[in-house]
Design a binder for this molecule. Structure first.
Ligand code: NAI
Length: 287
């Protein structure tokens, strides 16, 4: 099994939490790593080199190969910087894990535009910036792997996370199209929705639940999605605490109206529209 041996992977937000675990696991499996981290606080304020440097030292200490990047993924120059770091250090880039993240939770009626924007910039725009910078190299070499950090908040919603859930759902939408456009260049794009005890989740669940959610449970799943053996494309995988499953969209059999219906006609057949019995995996009728 080739796995990720010799592959060059950039993990954003790898100075702590899940990203650190992804980087360490990938390096132990023979990948060469760009450990990117802005080094700020959970809400995205501040910055520093210590977080990324510590993970690079850890990986090197264990005999692996890694270099640090302190770029913010939130702007285009930062995204380019992450990929440039890979090219400068290793001469190529084979995979990107768009994992950097911040939180600015608030109930929607209290959510200001600044908290909305900051979260979109790091999660959704940050994913765009890094993946967009790597994409021409993936196409050129006819090989690439994209893994984005989605969230169950983006799939199911979560109180206080309208900004975060919208960004995460956007990232799932992004990989659906990347999966289509990348397929013929052997580029695969998938999403991981992790569940793990990190500084991001330190105060959202009781200690007895968090202790079962070590980031180490998630990292091998990301490793598989980055591996040469992976064939899945456009999937959303939920992983945490030893559970790993795919989530996908289904469409009901629905109702067919031969003539343009009235509002009352639609209402009369609404049970058929929403009835999940016999639902099949959804496909894009105009794609
Ligand atoms: P974390 O807070 O420990 O790690 C996020 C890292 O991203 C931090 O080291 C931070 O410095 C870095 N970062 C923030 N803004 C950045 C920027 N502009 N540029 C570069 N780096 C930046 O959080 P955790 O839990 O490890 O989260 C990793 C990813 O997984 C995030 O995208 C998060 O939204 C997602 N996620 C985590 C879940 C969990 O259960 N821990 C649940 C669902 C999603």
């Amino acid at each position: 099994m080739a796995g990720v041996e010799g592959r060059v992977v950039a993990v954003t937000g790898a100075g702590g939490g899940l990203g650190r675990e992804y980087a360490r696991t990938l390096a132990a499996a023979g990948a060469r790593l760009v450990v990117n981290d802005l080094g700020g606080a959970r809400d995205g304020t501040g910055q520093g080199h210590a977080a990324a440097d510590a993970v690079v030292e850890e990986i090197r200490g264990a005999g692996g190969e890694a270099v640090a990047s302190y770029d913010s993924v939130a702007d285009e120059a930062g995204g380019r910087g992450v990929v440039a770091t890979a090219l400068d250090a290793f001469g190529r880039v084979d995979g990107v894990v768009a994992n950097a993240g911040i939180l600015r939770d608030a109930a929607f009626h209290k959510m200001g535009a600044a908290d909305w924007d900051a979260v979109q910039r790091v999660h959704l725009d940050g994913t765009y910036h890094v993946v967009r910078a790597a994409w021409p190299h993936f196409r050129e070499q006819r090989h690439g792997r994209v893994v984005v950090a989605a969230s169950t908040s983006g799939i199911y919603g979560n109180f206080g996370q309208a900004n975060y859930g919208a960004a995460k759902a956007g990232m799932i939408g992004l990989i659906q199209t990347l999966a289509i456009e990348g397929r013929k260049y052997c580029i695969l794009a998938n999403a991981i929705a992790p569940m793990a005890a990190t500084r991001m989740t330190a105060d959202v669940a009781p200690p007895e639940i968090l202790e079962k959610l070590a980031p180490a449970h998630v990292a091998p799943v990301v490793g598989h999605l980055l591996s040469d053996e992976c064939t899945d494309n456009g999937t959303v995988i939920v992983a945490g605490g030893g559970q790993v499953h795919q989530v996908r969209q289904f469409m009901t059999r629905g109702a067919t109206f031969v003539e343009v219906p009235s509002i009352e006609d639609v209402a009369a057949r609404w049970d058929e529209v929403v009835d999940l019995a016999g639902a099949v995996p959804g496909t894009n009728p105009v794609g």
